[in-house]
Ligand binder design. Structure first.
Ligand code: DHB
Length: 311
């Protein structure tokens, strides 16, 4: 029995539902070409800002027993480079490019979104969720800012638009965010960004494992999967009639992907596992998903998407 794990995300055809999350190993053209040559079904670029940034002081990333912590501080080459990279990647590889955009200010985002209209990126992913920019709050927790940003971005943006959201923990917050998202032409929500401002301590050294911000950083990997599943499920319940969901956070295996799709995801993004395992993770996870589907008698994702049973 052959199984089909292709999807259309934001109207763009992807060969499979598994691709890379914005953030890990996606800053330089060399890194992006590694993703292009892997089985990742799209090439997502590092969240970009108006100007290039070196990011926070090192060490700013640490592998943990069950995941990772990072406070990279948006190291990136500036949006103009990613517009050039989109052109190069599209001319060399037949794979959709997802450009992640995380301007430091309201006005920066408008400049960047406007410029990407004339790029070859297939999808633009607005990221108001970085918890690591020193001196800046997580924009996705300022709902008035989120509302105003989406209002202006959706006026400007001519490309399919998705949004990466930070994790929420209270149903009232989900409802408020869903109400905002519903007002605008946002085609997918990727949930979740890392769980912000976690602290991991090396007890032998009696110090934090990363340097920036006194040791606080975004938690990723297995620690966060129950939270990312809940965020996908809750947004699927609230806006799933209109907006696609992309699962992100703690996905290491085909079984993880299966669970996210049951919860309502149309696709998933791999972050920490891509750092820890390298680009072979995309093919492995896809093969695992296909064999689970075969075992269960499912031939396509729609057979079980969103069909989580509740007791
Ligand atoms: C960074 C971290 C994030 O979680 C994010 O969404 C964007 C940028 C960073 O520290 O580079």
């Amino acid at each position: 029995m052959s199984v089909n794990i292709s999807i259309a995300l934001a109207g763009i055809k992807l060969d499979t539902c598994v691709f890379n999350a914005a953030g890990p190993n996606d800053v330089t053209l060399e890194e992006l070409e590694i993703i292009a040559k892997s089985k990742s079904s799209a090439i997502t670029t590092k969240s970009c800002t108006l100007e290039p940034r070196v990011g926070n002081p090192e060490p700013r990333y640490a592998d943990l027993e069950l995941g990772s912590i990072n406070s990279m501080g948006l190291p990136n080459l500036g949006y103009k480079e990613y517009i050039k990279f989109a052109h190069i990647l599209k001319s060399k590889y037949s794979k959709p490019v997802v450009a992640s955009i995380s301007g430091l200010t309201f006005d920066d985002n408008l400049v960047i979104f406007k410029a990407f209209n004339d790029s070859e990126a297939d999808i633009l992913e607005f990221n108001p969720g970085s918890p690591n920019t020193i001196g800046k709050p997580t924009m996705g927790y300022d709902l008035e800012y989120l509302d105003q940003s989406l209002k202006e971005i959706t006026k400007i943006c001519k490309k399919p638009l998705g949004i990466k959201l930070p994790p929420y923990f209270d149903f009232v917050h989900f409802e408020e965010v869903a109400k905002i998202i519903r007002k605008y032409n946002v085609l997918y929500i990727s949930s979740i960004n890392s769980i912000g401002n976690a602290l991991v301590i090396d007890s032998e050294k009696e110090e934090a494992v990363i340097k920036p911000k006194g040791g606080y950083g975004g938690l990723g990997g297995k620690y966060i999967k129950p939270t990312s599943l809940a965020n996908v499920r809750k947004f699927y319940e609230l806006v799933g009639d209109k907006v696609q969901l992309v699962g992100c956070g703690g996905i290491y295996t085909g079984m993880d992907v299966f669970e996210f799709i049951l919860a309502g995801a149309s696709a998933v993004q791999l972050g920490t596992v891509f750092i820890q395992e390298g680009p072979s993770c995309f093919a492995r996870v896809q093969e695992e998903l296909k064999s689970i589907m075969q075992r269960k008698g499912y031939t396509k994702l729609e057979d079980f998407k969103g069909k989580l049973k509740v007791l």
